[in-house]
Design a protein around this ligand. Sequence first.
Ligand SMILES: Cc1cc2nc3c(=O)[nH]c(=O)nc-3n(C[C@H](O)[C@H](O)[C@H](O)COP(=O)(O)OP(=O)(O)OC[C@H]3O[C@@H](n4cnc5c(N)ncnc54)[C@H](O)[C@@H]3O)c2cc1C
Length: 483
Amino acid sequence: MAPVVYRFVRDLRIDDHAGLAAAAAHGEIVPLLVIDRALEARLSRSPRRAAFFCRAAAALDASLRRRGSALIVRRSPAGAAIRHLARATGASGAAWSASYDRTGMLADGRLQAELEEARLRATVVHDAPALPPEETSAARPSEGYGYRAFVPYLDVWQKLRVASFEAPLLLPFARVAVQSEALPSPEQFGARDFETEATPEAAWGALSAFLGGSGLHYAVTANVPADDRTSHLSAHLSFGTIAARTVVREVRDRCEDPFLLVEERHSLRLFLRSLAMRDFFLQLAWHHPLSEDEALQEKMRSFPFVKKHPALEAWRTGRTGYTLVDAGIRQLHATGWMHPRVRAIAASFLCFDLGVDWRVGRAEWDRYTIEDDPALAGGNWQWIAGVGADMAAYPRIYNPYKQARRFDPSGAYARTWIEELAHQPGAFGVSRRPDAQIELPLFGREGYPQPVIDHDRAAREFLTRYRRFGGVARPAGARPASR
Ligand SMILES: Cc1cc2nc3c(=O)[nH]c(=O)nc-3n(C[C@H](O)[C@H](O)[C@H](O)COP(=O)(O)OP(=O)(O)OC[C@H]3O[C@@H](n4cnc5c(N)ncnc54)[C@H](O)[C@@H]3O)c2cc1C
């Protein structure tokens, strides 16, 4: 049987791998890593992303070598790389895992056409989500072209079985005598080699530790940014050093443990909900590729978000004077990751307090996140901005004071990431409002800015603009739509 080229993309492992399983059905696998212009651009944008990718690629090469094969690296357009390699090895075709962002999907389509024209079989496989979009769609055909609302999606997602492609020892990798170019290094992308754990072993380690500990208290710990006890699996899932399928199956199995306390099972189910959210946004992007740069909600496409604001630079640099927002942004700059709870608050601040376009925020964070998920970033930014899949009846305006009091009541998170506050005692959930639960003096915050904007006023002004535009906001007299 002729071999098959397998092109690794964001699936840098060999375990539980839908793409490798599909390729192996046709013949021995010739493993290929293409560094084309598009990937180079994505990696050059975020130095920590580049470092993670390079480590993961090196780990993948090492594990292929243990199986008598090796990663063949090419720095050229994917079509040319695959055609040359197929000629050199006699391969009958190529397989790879699907992209979910619009740019990637268009590139997948072009590559497929190019290979078929060259009489090579092109197989594109769903590997990134735990459940492929077609499977969830088929389960409830009445939803039509994918799901636009999360609740019915979750209902279906929870009931479907997640496939398994375990048994990497049975995968037939080809021993080909083809020269490879050098493995990618962070320097190639203008980055340095940040210390990063980007291997499947590290991903498994993180998952096991999480399921044996903080995962059992996720309902509480996911709301405490200072404790930093969410799973930290997002970069691993993004680059595929662990399969989402594996994670979902492990968590579902853990839920079956009869000795779990009710709260522990509840926590694990909430964690599964987070994983379902990931699949939800992937299927949304898959079925609505236009929504990457355009609001999913047609009526919101012309909403007058601004591109510039006098306080935009303060938001970018974590100097808004709102501690939770600033701490989150500084955590992102320092680590390439921001706590999930804080992401929502910092994003809401940009879209509603400053009225700035969600695409500006998405592009800004893309320069720092390790995760490389245009589809997930876009879906979440649209969700927060109230222009995407979330069908909330009014904009999700978070009150940064209330949020700080609720999620960082001791100020520990702010102190960790905001250098100017590192030695300030007490909490920072300060408000001048009479209904404030905690009143603390603002003095002594040397070097730390005063709030760049009055939140209450900004929220009111935004809602006025929103109502004028024709959005459904809460009726006048109801509690303000600021959480
Ligand atoms: C404005 C904004 C932008 C975001 N951009 C990204 C992004 O580019 N890439 C990304 O993976 N996540 C993104 N998220 C979702 C979420 O914040 C991160 O997945 C989470 O911070 C990762 O930390 P964790 O792995 O410890 O999460 P956990 O709480 O441990 O969750 C486990 C996994 O579930 C998935 N997940 C959880 N929440 C979401 C969600 N809302 N959407 C999609 N998947 C989710 C992730 O894969 C995550 O690793 C964004 C959220 C917001 C509000």
